[in-house]
Design a protein around this ligand. Structure first.
Ligand code: ARG
Length: 252
């Protein structure tokens, strides 16, 4: 157990006389979601979220343990106290805000369409997606978006993990995938399994679907914990650690 004084948590809590305490925590994460969270060949968790999360925990002065959890149960697992936080490329949006408390965004990538290089399509829309199969990870904002916009014209294939989607793309069982851009880039564009390309523009709107960037999620009453991570994130951005971790996964 580590104690630290309210001063570290910033002026809001400084005003109170109580000492803020943030203790060792567990963080839920769905893998694989390369390059955000995945395993090395040796089975060790790695990725941008893992390194950034560990760096924030070190900055706060606590030990963090990662708990692997399937995406479709990741918010229920937080409520059930299987872990105390989620850091899993979770996009901050209003629907989720009803259930969890988000940190400040730590990364704001777009979504994008990915398809085999030989698919001829300028811009995915209702007419040229008609009759195709679209792959997404189940329960993601990408699932919500394609279901609402194209669910009537296309067949939506929903996968438990991003890797299962990639396997089906490699096997030609799905025509086009809709993914968080960095994940499609890493698992499709940069992979050796096949030739892939981005189709159309990168997508960030409407906010109702694409939200406000990736955030850590906490139980609603854990404002102090969220504050500690927000403060740590600000420090890591100031002192260059954030950039160093960013370069590790996103340098061209
Ligand atoms: N950013 C997307 C969302 O929030 C997908 C995140 C999936 N994350 C994962 N680790 N599988 O809906």
């Amino acid at each position: 157990r580590k104690l630290f004084t309210a001063g570290l948590l910033g002026t809001a809590i400084l005003a109170s006389t109580a000492q803020a305490e943030v203790r060792d925590i567990r963080i839920g994460v769905d893998v694989p979601y390369e390059p955000m969270e995945y395993r090395t060949p040796e089975g060790e968790l790695t990725g941008f979220d893992i390194d950034l999360g560990n760096a924030m925990c070190a900055e706060i002065g606590i030990q963090c343990e990662w708990v692997v959890q399937a995406w479709d149960g990741i918010i229920p697992g937080l409520a059930a106290r299987k872990y105390d936080a989620i850091m899993s490329s979770m996009t901050i949006n209003d629907e989720r805000r009803e259930h969890v408390l988000f940190s400040e965004p730590y990364f704001t990538p777009p979504s994008a369409w990915f398809a085999p290089a030989d698919l001829e399509m300028a811009t995915p829309d209702e007419s040229n997606l008609d009759g195709l199969t679209i792959g997404v990870q189940r329960g993601t904002l990408q699932d919500n978006y394609v279901t609402d916009l194209y669910g009537d014209v296309a067949e939506i294939k929903r996968y438990g993990t991003a890797d299962d989607l990639v396997l089906d793309m490699d096997a030609d069982r799905v025509d086009i995938g809709f993914l968080d851009y960095p994940v499609g880039k890493s698992t499709l564009l940069d992979s050796e399994s096949g030739e892939y390309k981005v189709v159309g523009e990168q997508i960030t709107e409407p906010k109702e679907y694409f939200g406000d960037g990736f955030g850590m999620a906490f139980r609603k009453r854990d404002q102090e914990l969220a504050d500690a991570f927000n403060q740590a994130l600000a420090t890591l951005k100031e002192n260059g650690t954030y950039d160093e971790i960013f370069q590790r996964y996103f340098s061209e």
